[in-house]
Design a protein around this ligand. Structure first.
Ligand SMILES: [Mg+2]
Length: 327
């Protein structure tokens, strides 16, 4: 079979590397709408996150930066790439516009060599063009992380079987092209398994893909109703690690402290805008002293629950700032 594979968002983790570069140029706090959580952005187009001019600024900083492209992080679940190249004719297609096409061509080969330890066979084609679909020849199957590209392929090559690599940012887009037919796969390896005719995780249901939050494992659970979900293996057990009673008390503490001197309420996530680490430490020590006093039978500024919530809040805030520094 002749199989087309998009690179960024399917094999390479372009978004994470791109956002990493963005934070080298500007502080995260100064990037509009920086997601308050950690993990990949929920939107495909980073213009939404950082505004068009800053996005272009970051993009132009990558124009001649060969190292950035050679060192792009790899996504998880790409171990079957090598076998796919052996058993089928693979064409890599990318809309990258950085570097000169010839240089980018070499960069892709270098990246494949560094990531998979293989030298691309000369039969393995590489298409580098913003109009990659225009240059695309007839394919039996094609995988991309952008539903809009799949729609273009469907128009040009209606017989090509289409696959969408599941990403947080393409889960809602499914609704925009209700007539477009494709299989959603959790990883590149699931796509490869489909090419080998082996069992794999896939879903064409918009509802299922919206509800499913994590699809990185290969194992699948089947419920008595026939519904399937991936297993819990290797995932954090938040339900077991956290107590709803403690979370409820902490929320009550946080709610109480939302009230400002003039009687108005501050936003619940106001603290996530950033508080200096030494402010957290100083406050934690005051609450810790209350805890200690109460524990030893003396009086603190408030009861022990308040003191413990204060320690928890400051520890959490300090932890958030520390994690942000690493990103
Ligand atoms: Mg892509």
């Amino acid at each position: 079979m002749k199989i087309g594979v998009d690179i960024d968002g399917v094999l390479a983790d372009f978004q994470t590397s791109f956002l990493g570069r963005a934070t080298k140029i500007r502080r995260k706090e100064d990037i509009i709408d920086w997601p308050p959580y950690f993990g990949p952005p929920a939107r495909y187009d980073m213009t939404d996150i950082m505004g068009p001019s800053f996005r272009d600024e970051v993009m132009s900083s990558l124009q001649d930066d060969r190292d950035f492209w050679v060192n792009l992080k790899a996504l998880k679940g790409i171990s079957l790439f090598k076998r796919l190249c052996k058993e089928h004719k693979v064409v890599l297609l990318t809309a990258r516009t950085a570097l000169r096409p010839g240089v980018m061509h070499d960069v892709v080969r270098d990246w494949i060599k560094a990531t998979f330890g293989v030298i691309l066979h000369k039969d393995c084609g590489i298409v580098i063009s913003p109009d990659k679909v225009v240059w695309m020849t007839s394919l039996d199957a094609y995988i991309d992380d952008n539903p809009e590209v799949l729609a273009e392929v469907a128009k040009k090559w209606p017989k090509t079987k289409l696959y969408l690599r599941d990403q947080l940012y393409n889960r809602k887009k499914i609704d925009q092209n209700p007539l477009l037919e494709y299989d959603r796969v959790a990883t590149f390896d699931d796509f490869a398994r489909a090419m080998f005719g082996e069992p794999h995780w896939h879903s064409t249901s918009a509802m299922e893909s919206t509800l499913s939050t994590q699809m990185n494992d290969n194992q699948v659970r089947t419920f008595s109703t026939g519904a399937t979900r991936d297993t819990e293996v290797g995932k954090f057990d938040y339900e077991g690690f956290l107590s709803p009673l403690v979370l409820q008390r902490f929320a009550a503490y946080m709610h109480k402290n939302r009230e400002q001197k003039d009687g108005s309420l501050r936003a619940s996530d106001n603290w996530q805008k950033g508080i200096p680490k030494d402010a957290y430490l100083k406050s934690a020590i005051r609450h810790l002293l209350d805890w200690w006093l109460i524990h030893d039978g003396f009086e603190g500024r408030a009861d022990v629950e308040e003191a413990l919530c204060g320690v928890l809040f400051n520890a959490q805030g300090y932890l958030l700032e520390t994690l942000r520094e690493k990103k």
